[in-house]
Design a protein. Structure first.
Length: 202
């Protein structure tokens, strides 16, 4: 039997616009899609990796997307105290081949979101919401993912679009600028009904 030579796991860190979040980038695909864990309960159910990270007292949030993990830390600690330990831990976990996010997580998240939307929108609003979501998915998400974050559509009401900032975007000082100058400007141009974009931190 031939032994399979595993390529070594490479890992480096990248700053994000949010000083409390650090992006740990690997050379492996960890999870196709976005998995945002803001509390241990959801992580315990769906992500063994995030659940283990939440056991560390410095972890306040775990965001897994494609080939990176963004950790949002406890503000009382400095990255210089915890970065190396977090980096080693993530490297070992990825090397172990253990489950990162369980099968079915994406479907569960989609179901929850779709159900909420069906209950909320009808007629013209449903059509506008679809356009807004398409624009966010196509233009906004790829840009913020490179910074270790994510933006999800939350709601639309009388011309006001609410979005949720996740990963490094959550609580990030520069995300307000991105939101107002970039996203709001684009949505207003493409969808005349949109008057304003407001954000909530995820």
């Amino acid at each position: 039997m031939e032994s399979v030579v595993k390529s070594p796991v490479m890992l480096y860190t990248e700053q994000t616009p949010n000083p409390e979040s650090l992006k740990f980038v690997t050379n492996k695909m960890l999870y196709r899609g976005t998995a945002d864990f803001r509390e241990a309960e959801l992580a315990n159910e769906w992500s063994p990796m995030a659940a283990e990270l939440f056991k560390k007292d410095y972890v306040n949030g775990v965001y897994i997307c494609n080939n990176f993990v963004t950790i949002t830390k406890n503000p009382e600690l400095d990255w210089s105290q915890i970065m190396l330990e977090a980096k080693e831990w993530i490297k070992k976990y990825v090397e172990s081949g253990d489950t990162i996010v369980k099968e079915g997580f994406a479907e569960v998240m989609e179901e929850i979101l779709a159900k909420e939307e069906q209950e909320r929108y009808s007629g013209d609003d449903a059509e506008i919401v679809k356009k807004i979501k398409d624009l966010i998915d196509t233009y906004v998400k790829p840009a913020v993912e490179s910074d270790g974050g994510n933006i999800e559509f939350k709601s639309y009401d009388k011309g006001i679009v609410s979005v949720i900032l996740q990963g490094s975007c959550s609580g990030c000082p520069s995300s307000t600028v991105t939101l107002k100058s970039g996203i709001e400007g684009m949505l207003k141009r493409m969808i005349p009904e949109v008057k304003e974009v407001v954000a909530e931190n995820g």
